[in-house]
Write a protein that binds this ligand. Structure first.
Ligand SMILES: Nc1ncnc2c1ncn2[C@@H]1O[C@H](COP(=O)(O)OP(=O)(O)OP(=O)(O)O)[C@@H](O)[C@H]1O
Ligand SMILES: [Mg+2]
Length: 456
């Protein structure tokens, strides 16, 4: 793809000489004689770079630049100034121009500046793209009452520097909550550092969190900044904090109390400004009772508790979640698949012990395995649940987030058993009926009452 550069200048000579220089370097050059014309051309041709004279007959080059930057943030613009307008050029750079050059133009100076500006423009575009992608990836979906409560809590706590302890089952979105708090905080231009406390071996956690000096232990070949220092000015997210060893807990406590850390192997104290968010799927109060979590650390972390709701407590969000996952997957697969209403309904009613993470996995799997549309028959079997730990597997026992009545349970178990027998016998009704100890006509009646149809 060729690179297009727009030159806006009312002097014919300047337009001509810039065109010559830039043409010679293989750029596509467009020209305009006034700011107004320049805006028009820029809107139509979407140039990669604009060279803009400051003094133009009506609208000034600086005004035009401001309009363009509003329409296309990140578009590189270089301003061209005459002798009389050097101070205006400096002001233009403060307002967002990437560079300026003075007349008379110097060929080398022009080319260097143009190349730098194009490189910078490409980088900014890539960055904007990455930001957008990451925003989308970490966007929290849902407008059920439970989620609305959650959002308003996040908005309240975000701009403070208060510590937040996020609890909730696995796969409910605890990490998304932590990222949302950071994003809405005054620290959002500074780093968000996530530490998975469960994944770091106990003997390494101290050096990971606080850093080390070279040679402080075997394997410490170079000096290293710890996560606390890396997060300075920003947010440190201690994920799975319930899995941290007691000795590491003691060190984190000290860091939280004093806002100071020191690297392993160094006596030097470094003060850090870090907001700490923590998450766990364990019941920390219980861990405190058991003596596996320090009570003082628990109180330090739990300034604002936030509970991440189970998916089954917000079933009404499931259709929206499913659609958004399908769209996201579709972007990578070149097209979003549609889903039948009864399939969506099935997903909405099902048990979700693995919460949103499980829903996402199921949607991904269905998207791969289904035909052009996702239908009811693409739904995986309902997950089994234990009636009590160590007890036998049961089919799902929840419906709409509440325990089923015995009657509902009997119905759903019957349905599942019939379906399984049909699958087993390749949908030959006579054989399935024999196995189930039913007359064929009776099995037909059951199929009808359960709304079971043979998949294509
Ligand atoms: N409200 C939501 N909207 C969209 N996606 C969500 C939502 N909640 C969770 N997810 C998705 O579900 C998955 C699990 O979320 P996340 O990793 O935040 O869960 P978690 O609570 O930290 O789980 P674990 O305890 O297992 O670490 C991610 O892919 C996340 O993007
Ligand atoms: Mg997590």
């Amino acid at each position: 793809m060729s690179t297009t550069i727009l030159v806006v200048d009312d002097e014919k000579n300047i337009r001509r000489s810039l065109r010559m220089v830039l043409d010679g370097e293989g750029f596509d050059v467009l020209t305009a004689e006034s700011a107004e014309e320049g805006l028009e051309v820029a809107r139509e041709e979407l140039p990669d770079l604009v060279l803009m004279d400051i003094r133009l007959p009506q609208m000034s080059g600086i005004e035009a630049m401001e309009v363009l930057l509003k329409e296309r943030p990140g578009l590189p613009i270089i301003v061209i100034s005459g002798h009389a307008s050097v101070s205006e050029a400096v002001a233009a750079v403060q307002k967002g121009a990437v560079d300026f050059f003075e007349k008379p133009l110097d060929r080398e100076r022009v080319l260097i500046s143009v190349r730098n500006a194009l490189k910078r423009g490409a980088l900014e575009q890539e960055l904007a793209h990455l930001r957008e992608e990451s925003d989308r990836r970490y966007e929290m979906i849902g407008d059920s009452p439970v989620m609305k409560d959650l959002f308003s809590k996040i908005e309240k706590v975000a701009p403070t520097s208060g510590r937040v302890l996020i609890t909730g089952e696995s796969g409910t979105g605890k990490e998304l909550i932590a990222r949302a708090i950071h994003k809405l905080s005054l620290r959002n231009q500074k780093p968000f550092i996530k530490v998975n406390c469960a994944a770091i071996p106990a003997e390494l956690i101290e050096s990971e969190l606080f850093g080390h000096e070279r040679g402080s232990f075997t394997g410490a070949h170079a000096q290293r900044k710890g996560f606390f220092e890396q997060a300075d000015g920003g947010t440190l997210f201690l994920d799975e904090i319930g899995d941290m060893s007691l000795s590491a807990q003691a060190k984190v406590l000290r860091a939280l109390q004093n806002g100071e850390v020191s690297r392993v192997g160094s006596g030097k104290v470094i003060s850090v400004d870090v907001r700490v968010l923590a998450a766990t799927n364990k019941d920390l109060e219980q861990e405190v009772q058991n003596g596996t979590f320090r009570e003082d650390l628990f109180f330090r972390l739990n300034v604002v508790p936030i509970q991440s709701p189970r998916l089954e407590a917000r079933r009404e969000d499931i259709p929206q979640l499913v659609r958004s996952f399908l769209e996201e997957i579709g972007r990578d697969f070149g097209g979003t698949k549609a889903i039948d209403a009864d399939a969506l309904d099935g997903l909405t009613r099902r048990a979700w012990p693995g919460n949103v993470r499980e829903l996402r996995n199921v949607v991904e799997r269905m998207n791969i395995l289904s035909g052009p549309r996702i239908t009811l028959s693409d739904l995986p079997d309902a997950p089994t649940q234990k009636a009590h730990p160590g007890g036998p597997d049961l089919p799902a026992t929840l419906i709409d987030g509440r325990p089923m009545t015995l009657r509902e349970y009997r119905e759903s178990a019957e349905r599942a058993y019939i379906l399984a027998s049909l699958e087993e016998h390749g949908w030959v009704i006579a054989r399935a009926a024999e196995k189930l100890g039913l007359e064929r006509t009776n099995l037909h009646k059951k199929l009808k009452s359960h709304g079971i149809e043979r998949p294509e």
